[in-house]
Write a protein that binds this ligand. Structure first.
Ligand code: AHR
Length: 341
């Protein structure tokens, strides 16, 4: 137990939370009644070593290439891994994702795999799955560790280091602008671990450079059209902007459209840096409109299969299966096009 706590401290930045009470209220409202009974020493549910395995994959939304690639990776893996896959789409709603998972629990799936849309609203359902005896693997985004802990309440978190992604984006911007910029930040979905951590990683680096200033920071919900609209408004309020940091490619592409509509040139008048490494983002780098994109791999299917098989055999699983990501700018984008999605 003590060593698990040490591992967790080393692996993830603790996020401030006033949460246990709020989590309990959410859980009670959802009819769980179990969220407060934090089963500290209860063993994780076992995974039967059988084929086919009924696996539930609860997607958050399907409105961008990243989400589509993630779902495709799960579907492509299912046949190879001997999974009978049940897929749902929460259409961008936390409560729908929770009820999708509740339905899967009611169907007695053998394993649950999902990206929690937001950290806090999706934490209690992890405890509910555990109570129902269904093991959980979180992919892409994580939950609030003060409520549900990897290695204790769910098998593991498989995903990128979002803080590091934000740092890498900031390092590129510092270098490209010689440490002088007025930055607009387009944040991802409020409350999502990807948005929280990408913001922290970027903002902490920028804070060390006195001539770099984040002049506005607003959510574009990881969506292209919302990113474009937010950027249009922010461009009017801040005509002196010289750089944009978007938490994903889709919002960066929306921002590029807004910059062009305002008669400015992305890549010259305003530098744009982002995260994801989608095909659309890579094409924009090749066109000189996007400066750089830190890859965020959506290909979790094979990793989840590997973890599940090892777990079913009783092997020890690390609490964080860390995904390593590439980095694309004009120096290497052409030779990496095959990794775009
Ligand atoms: O959680 C990963 C993020 O979610 C991706 O960067 C984004 O494109 C997606 O919607």
């Amino acid at each position: 137990m003590a060593s698990l706590k040490r591992q967790l401290r080393g692996q993830r930045t603790a996020r401030p939370t006033a949460f246990p009470l709020a989590a309990s209220l959410v859980a009670l409202a959802l009819g769980f009644g179990v969220a407060t009974a934090h089963a500290d020493d209860d063993a994780l549910p076992k995974l039967p070593n059988k084929t086919p395995l009924k696996v539930g994959f609860a997607q958050t939304e399907s409105n961008n290439p990243w989400r589509l690639a993630e779902t495709k990776s799960m579907k492509d893996t299912a046949a190879k891994c001997g999974w009978q896959l049940v897929v749902t789409d929460a259409n961008g709603s936390n409560s729908k994702q929770v009820s999708d998972i509740q339905n899967m629990i009611a169907q007695h799936v053998d394993l649950l795999v999902f990206p929690p849309r937001e950290e806090k609203p999706l934490s209690p359902i992890v405890l509910q799955a555990k109570k129902a005896g269904i093991p959980v693997i979180l992919v892409d985004r994580d939950v609030d560790h003060s409520v549900a802990k990897p290695g204790q309440d769910y098998i593991t978190f498989i995903g990128s280091d979002f803080i590091n992604q934000g740092q890498r984006a900031a390092d590129w911007l510092v270098k490209t602008t010689n440490g002088k910029a007025k930055i607009i930040e387009l944040e991802g979905t409020t409350g999502a671990s990807a948005a929280n951590d990408r913001k922290k990683g970027f903002d902490d680096v920028i804070a060390k450079h006195p001539d770099m200033q984040i002049i506005a920071s607003q959510s574009g919900d990881f969506a292209r059209d919302t990113g474009r609209k937010v950027m249009e408004t922010l461009l009017q309020a801040h005509p002196d902007v010289t750089a944009v940091y978007a938490h994903n490619d889709e919002m960066a592409l929306g921002a590029i459209a807004a910059i062009k509509a305002a008669g400015k040139q992305p890549g010259k008048d305003i530098q744009v840096v982002t995260i994801d490494g989608t095909k659309g983002g890579m094409d924009a780098i090749a066109a000189g409109e996007l400066g750089a994109s830190v890859q965020s791999s959506p290909f979790f299917g094979p990793l989840a299969c590997d973890v599940a098989q090892k777990y079913a055999k009783g092997e020890k699983i690390p609490t964080w299966v860390k995904v390593s990501d590439r980095f694309y700018d004009k120096s290497n984008v052409q030779q990496n096009m095959q990794y775009g999605y």
